[in-house]
Every structure is written in C-alpha cells, then in structure tokens.
Design a protein around this ligand. Structure first.
Ligand code: F6R
Length: 366
C-alpha cells in the first residue's frame, strides 16, 4: 500500500504532481481562460460583498491560510486575516454577517477548527470549507466549500494536503479577482496557464531528492535549525520548520527573513544551519542581503534557489535548485525540497517518520 516507498510520507510527497492535477481538474480550464468552482460560483456575491475574509485553521493548514492571505489580498484586494482556530474561538472575536470565513482542514475533524466554525455561524458569517476528507464533520458543518483532492493522507506530517490546499486557495483568489476586476485579463490568463503546468514543475522539484539527502546527511545531528523566507515564502519557512520538528525532533523555527535582526540573529554561529528560501523573484535582493548577514556570522546556509541562480550560489554552503515560477505560485515548488530535507533527516535519525511521537493524524480534542 506504500506503493514501493519506504514510508507513506515519501509516497505522499511524490504524489503531489498528480494530486495537484486532481485538485484543479474540471475547475481550471486554462485554454478557455476559465476557473469554475461550484462552491464559489453559487456564492460569489457573498465573497464580493464581504468586508473581509477570515481564515481559520491549525498547524499546516494554518500555514496554507497564510499563503492564501498573501495571494487573496494581492489578486482580489479583499482584506484577509488568518487566525489559529484555538485562539479565535476563545477570545470573543468580532465577527459579523459581512464576514466570510474560510476554514481549512485536511481531516475535517479538528476540534478547534470545528468549534470556530460553529461560533462564526452563530455570529452570522458565511463559512466556506477547504477540506480533504469527503463527508467529514467540517465539510458538513460549513455552508459551502471546495474539496482538495489529495486522496488519503496517512503520514502524520502533512505534505500533499498542504500543496493541494494552496492550489484550491490560489484558484479561489484568481476566480474572485476576475469577478472583482482586480486582475487584468492577460495576467489572469497567464496565471491559469502557469498553474496548469505546476504539476510538471513539482515533478522537477522532486528531482532535488538526491541533493536533499546529501544535505540531510551533513546536518542530521544539528540540535537546531532556522528557516527564513519573505513574502509568499514566509509561510513556507514556517511550514519547513514545522515539518522538521515534528518528524525529526530537531528544534526548528521559521521566521520572515527580515525579522532576523530583531532577535534570532543572536542564535547564529558556525553550528547553526539556516535554510533560506531565495527564489529569484520579488524579494530576491533583500534575501541576498539577509544571507550575507548570516554568512558574516558564520552560519551554515542551505538555500532554495531558482535554477541557474549564481548570486546566492556564491554565498551559500549548499543550494537546492527548483524550477522558475511567478512569485505567487512559488510556494508550491519551494515547499518540496523542505519536505524532502526533513524526511531524510528524520529517517537518518531513526525516527518513526509516519507516526511521530506524541502526534495524532487528526486532533479531535481541544
Ligand atoms: C502538521 C500537521 C498538523 C495539522 C493540524 C491541522 O504536519 O499534520 O499541524 O496540519 O493538526 O489538521 P487539519 O488540517 O486536519 O485540520
């Protein structure tokens, strides 16, 4: 059932090109320039009239929510807030019938997310679910929704659920932007075409498996690790750190790269591996100067770069090359080597990758 892979996690990492395709199939009609998602079409007015969108989720799904915040605000120009469901439900949040709530959950059973949905409904908000498990509690409790089509995710560490959530949320952002007129026709079409070929680029990003394994062998005994990214890749840094800590038990933290100088830089010495997500897009020059700051304090730099990069390659101790993409779609690619890196480190440390200690696949207790 592991399809020849040693662990479910690795199988699920490798399934990503296919499940991303399954997730956009029938919804993304790139050649006709159309995105159609039943749950959105039926409720488009609710989204267009919303004062804001509130995203609630936990863990990896919360990270997908952060990526969505950047994408929805950029394209659809609707204010977005992202909250941990566990905080939201207990803090008497301000929520009205002018709010649209998007709840993201792979399992559809997370207790805190479910409770936050019920609270939002009581206050009159329209609640839209992005779930993977069909017929799950959250998919039933929400007013409408869009399923990810990741298939069963067995490994406790979420991988393909994350990238398919981002796929759904990106399509939603583009669809809303189109309806609002906040994206030009040519940009809209360009993103549709690019999204359509993302599975091929993810396939190419999976070819970083060997280099990720080599780097894993060098750093597997590190007690700590930092992950840095900016913009769309800041949430990817958080997700990379979560993946490492949950399956390898190495202490890891993710930060927006520019926050380094406000504290975490004190941690840098010659023993600290720092994973920097540095694709050649919007914030590239800024990330390059962040890398210089780490290097001048002797930190070890593992950089995720765009294929053909020369500037970061000169500075970093190791580079992992991924295919080029637009800024907004880059999380779907930059995530891949981070998943592989934590997988190999955990395997080399003899950890139970698919069932890490203290964790359960769905958290049905608060
Ligand atoms: C991380 C992980 C957890 C879940 C979180 C939310 O790899 O698996 O952080 O993402 O428990 O679960 P769902 O998405 O099922 O609500």
């Amino acid at each position: 059932e592991k399809g020849g892979y040693e662990h479910f996690m690795l199988k699920e990492i490798y399934e990503q090109p296919n499940v991303i395709k399954d997730t956009y199939r029938g919804r993304l009609l790139a050649n006709s320039g159309i995105i159609q998602m039943a749950g959105i079409e039926d409720n488009i007015e609710k989204f267009l009239n919303a004062d804001r969108i509130l995203i609630i989720a936990c863990g990896t799904s919360w990270h997908a929510g952060l990526v969505a915040e950047y994408i929805i605000e950029e394209f659809a120009r609707i204010p977005v807030e992202v909250e941990y469901a566990s905080e939201f439900r207990y803090r008497n949040p301000i929520i009205t019938n002018k709010d649209v709530v998007i709840a993201i959950s792979q399992s559809g059973e997370t207790a805190d997310t479910l409770a936050a949905i019920k609270l939002s409904k009581e206050k009159g908000a329209f609640v839209f679910g992005v779930c993977n498990v069909v017929g799950s509690s959250i998919s039933r409790e929400t007013h409408a929704g869009a399923y990810t089509h990741a298939g069963p995710e067995i490994g406790v560490a979420s991988t393909k659920a994350f990238t398919t959530q981002i796929t759904v949320l990106t399509m939603m952002a583009l669809r809303l932007a189109k309806a609002k007129g906040t994206i030009s026709n040519s940009d809209f079409h360009r993103y549709l075409l690019e999204l359509e070929v993302i599975p091929e680029k993810v396939m190419e990003a999976l070819q970083t498996n060997d280099i990720s394994k080599e780097i894993a062998a060098i750093y597997k005994d590190a007690p700590n690790c930092l992950y840095l990214g900016r913009g769309y890749n800041f949430p990817v840094a958080l997700e990379g750190a979560l993946k490492l800590k949950e399956i390898s038990y190495i202490h890891a933290e993710g930060y927006p790269a520019a926050e380094m100088k406000h504290g975490p830089i004190a941690l840098i010495d010659e023993k600290m591996p720092v994973v920097v997500i540095a694709p050649k897009q919007n914030h590239y020059d800024k990330v390059v100067s962040n890398i210089q700051e780490i290097k001048s304090r002797s930190g070890k730099i593992i950089a995720i770069v765009t294929k053909g990069d020369v500037q970061v390659k000169d500075l970093a101790d190791h580079v992992i090359e991924i295919p080029d993409s637009s800024d907004a779609l880059s999380p779907l690619l930059t995530t891949i080597p981070l998943q592989l890196l934590s997988y190999h480190i955990a395997v080399m440390r003899g950890c139970n990758v698919d069932q890490p200690r203290n964790l359960a696949k769905s958290v049905t207790v608060e």
